[in-house]
Design a protein. Structure first.
Length: 317
């Protein structure tokens, strides 16, 4: 099957909206709003026409992807512009043929060339994790309601694009659709039955429930064996390093007496995340040991804590 991509044209608008309706009808909810969203978002000042692409097969539109400018309100108070992808749609009879992936790859490459930092979207984790997106939680990025959300994904567009940029993600308010206007708009399309309880709607409900409250990472110095976190540190220390790299208890107590030695612990709520032990000198600091709670490895905590540490140091690490 021959598929090619091109920019959407004004004469495509109605056909693109029909594709959007066919792709989303009864998918997340009975009926859908995505074709109305596409219709109104083209007039938004944050719409990015250079990334408004359609997929063509045998002269007809079979897929479309669009983008809006959005931002992350970083924890340091700064705003970082990013892109919101979506909606993205492929006609049901053309799905699972790589068309969605092709649209994503092409527009992500273009967004990189245009100088954007990253692309975010809310979508099915089982799909978007296969096309270059990773969980936003790995970067400390939450929803506007300050929650980690399993469906929130990010696609960094260059190396270290999101280093040190944890915070809340804000979409354009145009995504907050007026349901009455959406229903009115849909009346101009051939009518379809609205069905409740489809498998995709049940899956959407499952994913939507995968939200958890944000608990800021706390850091504190352990300066003696009587510190409340010392036991957690010792257990992680004993299981993370070979015996020949470990201090004896007496040697650890001796290190605490040295003003250059620091043992920094990280916690999230009541969970001990890990620690960094280091030596601090006038112009640099040397990390001696760094370990993450074994149950949390592979979830982005290592890079998050190390980045937090490096940013807090005004010297070479």
């Amino acid at each position: 099957m021959n598929i090619y991509l091109r920019l959407e044209r004004p004469e495509d608008y109605r056909e693109s909206e029909e594709v959007m309706k066919e792709a989303f009808w009864n998918h997340y909810t009975p009926g859908c709003d995505e074709h109305y969203l596409l219709h109104i978002m083209r007039d938004s000042p944050n719409f990015v026409p250079e990334l408004d692409y359609v997929a063509i097969s045998e002269g007809k539109i079979v897929g479309i992807v669009v983008f809006l400018k959005s931002f992350i309100l970083a924890d340091d108070g700064s705003k970082k512009e990013v892109l919101s992808m979506g909606p993205i749609a492929v006609l049901p009879q053309y799905q699972r043929m790589g068309i969605g992936r092709k649209l994503i790859t092409h527009t992500c490459d273009l967004a990189t060339q245009m100088g954007y930092r990253a692309i975010l979207l809310c979508g099915e984790p089982n799909y978007y994790s296969k096309v270059g997106f990773v969980a936003a939680e790995q970067f400390g990025i939450r929803t506007a309601e300050n929650k980690f959300f399993e469906a929130l994904h990010v696609y960094p567009l260059y190396s270290n694009a999101l280093n040190g940029i944890s915070g809340r993600y804000y979409e354009d308010t145009i995504y907050d659709i007026n349901p009455d206007k959406s229903v009115e708009f849909d009346r101009s399309f051939p009518q379809k039955e609205r069905i409740t309880g489809t498998p995709t709607q049940k899956r959407f409900a499952e994913v939507f429930a995968m939200q958890k409250n944000y608990k800021p990472i706390q850091k504190h110095f352990i300066d003696s064996c009587t510190h409340p976190s010392y036991k957690d540190f010792q257990e992680l220390y004993d299981t993370s390093f070979p015996i020949f790299e470990q201090r004896t208890h007496e040697q650890q107590m001796e290190a605490f007496q040295n003003k250059a030695y620091k043992l920094l612990a990280f916690t999230e709520g009541n969970v001990f995340l890990g620690f960094i032990s280091y030596w601090q000198f006038d112009t640099y600091c040397y990390i001696e040991h760094f370990a993450i709670n074994a149950r949390l490895r592979g979830k982005g905590y290592g890079s998050k804590l190390l980045d937090c540490f490096v940013r807090s140091m005004n010297k070479i690490v």
